[in-house]
Ligand binder design. Structure first.
Ligand code: GLU
Length: 525
């Protein structure tokens, strides 16, 4: 500890007198009135203009933990990096949350939820630390810090502002006043009394108690350039006064864990429980090594990719959820739960090590999910996707919405035997594209038996019921001395261009007489 600063000096250092005392803050943000066991969680992204799939994974865990326990899930925008502001960035986050159905409750009494609007709170807490000699104004310039760093490296020391390298750690009041008078703007640094020879134990809900060397770095609490807090200090103030019970965040924050516990102890506040989640990884195609999905190299790192590509949001969530709660898949297969909201997430079971993002597995969830959709809903989802992402398809569907619905209804009447052909809304349209003449590609490879096609055309009547239609095919086959399936295959390929399709009778019924005839005639010619 050092000498605390006077109230006057604190106001000069911070650029304003603190608005609140700690007691006032405690009163302003009282402990929440929630049932025992209710989790208060928050998703706290920085507005970078991009929502990473790993962020969605964390947000889902946050949302579920609060949902399962009747708690509160907040969205907090960590916009303290004024150098990195991106237009629309918050909209992108909010829109992704909304699209994936992750509902947060903004409770005005615990806000504001933008860190840039919480300056008064941070300054008030910083003032308390300055008054107690647990923080100090630091006037080191960027150049001076760079020089310290170089010297440390050259001498083989750990880099950073600590101990003897923390020039202003014991700065006198006179010196502070002199520098302020000269127009210098300080940052506020922690006066760390940690000793790296000693260990501090930090509790993680998944990893248990983790021992670290104590932190001895005088880290910046309030930045000099904009008066805003660093992540570390904002985390301390916000998660205390928002009464967060569980902090779900990426494992990249583990190294600063001891610092955060140190900060909570200095304030005499109980730290929240922490859940450091694993990264979402892939096997790098070049190196063959497992690495985090990267914003720069992997389109699937971006949540927007899944929307544009037409993946059902429910399936993406189920896939991610099953990483966090691996028992979910079995429970769902056994019919014990219908969706993720019915399956309780257990914090202790959330995996610690990097999970491989498996597109094939996602496909499986998507097939299963789409397989359960009633046809009206399926058609609506496909149409919504086209309206947003594919104007040409949207126009095609817009002309004849009933037509799309009839196509998608094929082989969907028996819930036990629904085909699992569809994976994404986009791929669904590709899969049924042959129902549109402008997209139909006649099969030029297949060795047609023209006699069979002619015989079918001669007797073709769209009004035939399925039995009559089939009996005609059987008769043609008998007459030509071929198998029934041969006739059907010739027709299938002529009408759809494909060898594998759903029920051919239904396809013809949906297409209508003209389309069926013209396609067969075209092959014969
Ligand atoms: N803004 C921080 C990040 O994006 C939040 C970490 C946390 O959840 O505390 O990594």
């Amino acid at each position: 500890m050092r000498n605390g600063l006077s109230a006057d000096l604190i106001a000069r250092v911070l650029g304003d007198a603190p608005k609140y005392t700690l007691a006032e803050l405690e009163e302003k943000f009282p402990p929440r009135n929630l049932p025992d066991g209710a989790f208060v969680t928050r998703f706290a992204p920085s507005p970078t203009g991009y929502m990473h799939i790993g962020g969605l994974y964390q947000a889902l865990i946050d949302c579920k933990l609060a949902y399962d326990t009747g708690g509160v899930f907040m969205l907090r925008i960590e916009d303290t990096d004024t150098k990195r502001e991106v237009a629309d960035a918050v909209e992108i986050i909010k829109n992704s949350m909304q699209r994936f159905g992750l509902k947060y409750n903004d409770m005005p009494e615990y806000g504001p939820y933008y860190q840039s609007q919480r300056r008064d709170i941070y300054h008030s807490v910083a003032a308390d630390l300055l008054a107690r000699g647990l923080a100090y104004p630091c006037f080191l310039t960027a150049d001076e810090m760079a020089r310290i760093r170089e010297n440390q490296k050259a001498a083989g020391f750990a880099t950073g502002i600590y101990g003897e390298f923390a020039r202003d750690r014991d700065i006198t009041d006179d010196e502070i006043i002199r520098r302020l008078d000269a127009g210098e703007v300080p940052s506020v640094r922690l006066y760390s009394t940690g000793n790296p020879e000693q260990r501090i134990f930090c509790k993680d809900a998944v990893r248990g108690s983790i021992g670290f060397p104590e932190n001895n770095e005088d880290i910046v609490l309030i930045k000099s350039n904009d008066g805003l807090p660093t992540y570390h200090f904002a985390h301390l103030c916000d998660d205390h006064f928002m009464r967060t019970t569980h902090v779900v965040r990426g494992a990249e924050w583990l190294p600063s864990f001891p610092l955060h516990i140190q900060l909570f102890r200095m304030m005499g506040w109980a730290p929240p429980m922490y859940i450091h989640t694993s990264t979402i990884d892939k096997i790098d195609a070049d190196t063959g090594k497992q690495r985090k999905l990267s914003k720069r190299h992997d389109p699937e790192a971006n949540v927007a990719f899944f929307l544009a590509d037409g993946w059902p949001v429910e399936a993406v969530l189920e896939y991610l959820f099953n990483i966090a709660a691996s028992g979910y898949e079995e429970a769902k297969n056994k019919g014990q739960v219908k969706n993720i909201w019915e399956y309780q997430l257990r914090p202790k079971k959330i995996p610690m090590s990097g999970a491989l993002f498996d597109m094939k597995k996602l496909e499986w969830w998507a097939r299963e999910f789409i397989g359960t959709l009633p046809v009206d809903e399926l058609a609506r989802r496909v149409r919504d996707w086209a309206n947003e992402y594919d104007p040409v398809w949207a126009a095609r569907i817009g002309d004849k919405p009933e037509y799309l619905k009839n196509i998608l209804a094929i082989e969907r009447d028996n819930p036990k035997r629904i085909r699992k052909d569809f994976i994404t809304w986009k791929q669904t349209l590709d899969e049924v594209s042959y129902f549109w003449d402008d997209l139909f590609a006649p099969n030029t490879e297949y060795a047609f038996n023209y006699d069979l096609l002619r015989a079918f055309l001669d007797g073709f009547d769209i009004c035939d019921d399925k039995d009559t239609w089939w009996n005609k095919i059987v008769a043609i086959a008998a007459n030509a001395g071929v198998k029934n399936g041969d006739v059907a295959m010739n027709l299938r390929v002529a009408v759809t261009g494909r060898t594998n399709t759903p029920d051919l009778y239904s396809i013809m019924q949906v297409m209508g007489a003209d389309m069926v005839k013209s396609r067969i005639e075209r092959i014969i010619k």
